[in-house]
Write a protein that binds this ligand. Sequence first.
Ligand SMILES: [Mg+2]
Length: 173
Amino acid sequence: MEEYLPDIYQKSIYTINYSKLFNRGIKCLLFDLDNTLVPPYSNELSQKAKNLFISLKQKGFKIIIFTNSPQIRLKGFTKFFEVEGVSSACKPFTRKLRKLLNDYGYGENEVAIIGDQLMTDIKVGNKVGITTILVNPVSNSDFVLTKIHRFSERRKMKKLRDHDLFWQGRYYD
Ligand SMILES: [Mg+2]
């Protein structure tokens, strides 16, 4: 059950205490794309997110968008945000995440993943042992597969709540 428990839970990418992460030794931030940065199906280029990335890069973080969406969807965002990206990440499978850590030479304690889904973002991060940060989805719409994941997610959240480990809307870091 703990494999679904995020280390940190925040309302959005804008409420995360990044200085605290930096002081803990986190050097690289992996951002999920759909429903974390932008709504699914949307090509909206958020200047607010871009500004956040600029300030995070100035702080010294490496920013990588780590998404299950294909490259054709990702590329417009990496270009606009001026960050790197990994597409078709196959979360919650760990192969691409382990490869990323290996390719960039980061240890598990130097990387955090930020996403809106327990079943993909949090699970893959916990399996590999990096810091996991859950945020609320930015929209109510989901891709078809995500809708199925949300089903299981609600069950996991209930189980975590029964053990007093996680309550929706009760943020912590
Ligand atoms: Mg997502």
